[in-house]
Design a protein around this ligand. Structure first.
Ligand code: WQD
Length: 371
């Protein structure tokens, strides 16, 4: 068929070794249409995840796989930092002008609290790095990009479920870097109609590939609720330190409500966005920039998540309710209608499946990737 004989498209994934990056690479590899180039500085990841993604993809190949199919499971991995423009340039040099078809730019610092402590590091690593990447892409005539944004760009939103038309008003330096990068990308598209850009605003990614071969592997105490609960149930983090940040929100049980999205669904959204970059339908005809929510459109409270993890793990979580955490909002749920209509995106897997797959990964990898 056409797809088996047409040349592989070279796609660069930044942050490829991370939690989101590894699952995105797996989704692309499954199509057997892409050759993956990965960049990562391993600030919050290890190159072992890429070896595992490749092994997982290879294990799904038929015995009579062609050399072309085998190539789709291999990763051209580069340990480098996007704040070093010459290092990015060297990766593009290897493929030459027009050699890289598109970029999925996931690499970033992502901890809200930390961004309040060290804002300059966030502006450099998230904004300056993105500028350098875009400059090099322009030089090599690579003008297609899927950008990892965040639901945090909405801050405390006036309407929930949150539509993409909501004004952007991030509260933390981290959130502001995401707003700034979206604005830079849109300005770039306005200036040059050869650019096609899709920003994906993630709600709360969770879970792991059901094989338990790849998953989230945070360094140190996890900052996010679900991996924290998994680490506590596994005995990696002292379970007596569990705190719930506020139970006086105007929500059904008083705790915060979040829109958790299975990492496999989130990854599938990146593939759909990558394919949509060449679409003639989704852009407004003047310039080619769009942003989409990636969420389930379904809210789950902090208490419900703790209960779901209790059922999954059998671990009896004890927690103390303390004051609200600065910057948290009560209700943060996506309106996923636009991504469904224009990308054909639908996140089907519910939080019970996320907990199951998270715990499966945790159980099979008690010490993460560092076994
Ligand atoms: C979830 C809920 C906490 C820990 C963050 C970023 C967001 C995005 C995803 C990147 C909240 C509560 C948590 C704990 C608790 N990241 N909680 N005790 O804040 O919804 O989203 O990660 O783009 O931008 O803001 O995720 O996992 O930190 O918290 O009660 O020990 O769990 O208050 O309501 P959050 P989270």
């Amino acid at each position: 068929t056409m797809s088996q004989s047409s040349p592989l498209l070279n796609v660069l994934v930044t942050g490829g070794a991370g939690y989101v990056g590894s699952h995105v690479i797996y989704s692309l590899q499954k199509t057997r249409r892409y050759k993956i180039i990965a960049i990562d500085n391993h600030h919050n990841s290890t190159p072992q995840s890429l070896e595992r993604v490749s092994a997982l993809s290879r294990s799904e190949l038929p015995a009579d796989a062609s050399p072309r199919d085998i190539e789709t499971t291999e990763i051209d991995s580069h340990a480098c930092d996007l704040t070093r423009r010459d290092d990015i340039r060297a990766v593009f040099e290897k493929y030459g002008k027009g050699g890289i078809w598109g970029v999925i730019h996931i690499a970033a610092y992502k901890a809200v609290g930390e961004s309040q402590e060290i804002p300059l590091a966030y502006y450099e690593n998230n904004v300056v790095a993105t500028l350098y990447l875009l400059q090099v892409m322009a030089d090599f005539d690579c003008k297609r990009i899927v950008y990892s944004s965040s639901a945090t760009v909405y801050g405390n939103p006036p309407i929930v479920p949150i539509p993409e038309t909501t004004r952007l008003k991030a509260d933390s330096p981290y959130g502001k870097t995401k707003v700034m990068c979206e604005q830079i990308l849109e300005d770039l598209c306005v200036s040059d109609s050869n650019w096609s850009v899709i920003s994906l605003r993630y709600f709360n990614p969770a879970g792991a590939h059901p094989s338990g071969i790849i998953g989230e592997n945070p360094k140190g105490r996890p900052a996010n609720l679900l991996p924290l609960l998994a680490h506590m149930a596994a005995g990696r983090v002292d379970a007596s330190t569990l705190k719930v940040f506020g139970d006086d929100y105007p929500t059904p049980d008083g705790s915060c409500v979040r829109d958790f999205i299975h990492i496999s669904d989130l990854a599938a959204g990146h593939l759909l966005a990558l394919e949509a970059l060449t679409s003639d339908k989704i852009f407004d005809g003047v310039y080619r920039y769009k942003a989409y929510n990636l969420g389930q459109g379904r809210g789950t409270s902090v208490f419900e998540i703790i209960e779901a993890m209790r059922k999954t793990t059998g671990f009896d979580f004890k927690y103390e309710v303390i004051a609200r955490r600065r910057g948290d909002v009560g209700d943060h749920v996506a309106d996923p209608a636009l991504a469904e209509k224009e990308l054909g995106f639908k996140a089907n897997q519910d939080p019970v499946i996320m907990c199951r797959d998270l715990w499966n990964f945790q159980s099979k990898n008690p010490n993460g990737y560092e076994n």
